[in-house]
Design a protein around this ligand. Structure first.
Ligand code: ZN
Length: 287
């Protein structure tokens, strides 16, 4: 059964480790992440962006697939199904569809409007037992065609949003989505420290976990980060393994074209990536 992400992240914050959010794109992705979490006895958060939800046939399809796997693959570790960077309408759709957690990304609104909408969604999510993440300070990256260097959130605004009753908070600390450029300045631990001083026990979320060096990840966890989002890294691993299979001509040997064979190396690459991240985040054995 799906669970909200609140308890697993409160435990992670208290235990000084982080739980990975791994975004899913299809059945193979979902199965690879769930099986790895079970094998490693780790809690896990499945992230679904609005685009991925649409791609997979809608939020209800995703809920059906995930719930089916939890039962038939005997997944007993805590699993949360979480809307990633949801808009206002998508949040309500996911609450309705059976997600166990949502993120409302109101970071592009003026702070007053972000606060008002977040407050409303906190009530709606909690009423149905879902956890909710909010965001302050836009996280850079290539997502909207513009490459940002990663903004730093205002700690006072973080405190304002934290006080609305959100279960965990994403704050920009120089992190960005996608691959990091060569001239990236690194995470701002000064900002992170200032945010944690004001928000206390609230678990903090680090988006854009792909390619952040391990020592920076560990330092971020020591300063209160309890959830780390990984998306691009699984995509790169899947693509590289699939490319190798094709380039070696394996799809043309015997029944190598069978999707169950064609997609197997990429699926294994996702499993390896997820395991590596769980080791780095310290969540193995914490289920
Ligand atoms: Zn993000």
């Amino acid at each position: 059964m799906l669970v909200s992400a609140k308890e697993m992240l409160d435990k992670a914050k208290a235990g000084h480790y982080a739980v990975g959010q791994f975004n899913i794109n299809n059945l193979e992705w979902t199965k690879a992440i769930l099986q790895t979490a079970q094998e490693q006895n780790s809690p896990v958060i499945l992230g679904v962006s609005e685009g991925a939800g649409k791609y997979m046939g809608g939020y209800k399809t995703v809920v059906g697939m995930v719930n089916g796997m939890l039962e038939e693959l005997n997944i007993t570790v805590p699993v949360a199904l979480h809307l990633d960077h949801g808009g206002y309408d998508a949040c309500y759709k996911c609450i309705e569809a059976g997600f166990s957690s949502i993120m409302f990304d109101g970071s592009h609104y003026p702070i007053e409007e972000n606060v008002a909408k977040t407050k409303e969604l906190v009530a709606a999510a909690h009423e149905k037992g879902l956890s909710i993440e909010a965001e302050v300070g836009a996280i850079g990256g290539e997502e909207d065609g513009v490459v940002g260097m990663g903004e730093c959130a205002d700690p006072k605004e973080c405190k304002m949003v934290a006080d609305l009753g959100v279960d965990f908070l994403a704050a920009g600390i120089g992190n960005i989505h996608g691959k990091y450029p060569a001239n990236w300045k690194g995470l701002s631990f000064e900002t992170l420290d200032a945010i944690q001083q004001l928000t206390g026990d609230l678990p903090l979320v680090l988006h854009g976990g792909t390619g952040i060096p391990a020592d920076m990840i560990k330092k971020a966890i020591s300063l209160g980060v309890s959830k780390i989002n990984v998306n691009t890294e699984c995509q790169l691993a899947f693509a590289a393994a699939t490319r190798k299979y094709i380039e070696e001509g394996k799809d043309q040997e015997g029944k190598g074209y069978d999707p169950r064979k064609l997609l197997a190396p990429g699926t294994q690459a996702i499993k390896d990536t997820v395991k590596e991240k769980m080791e780095m985040f310290g969540s193995i054995g914490k289920a």
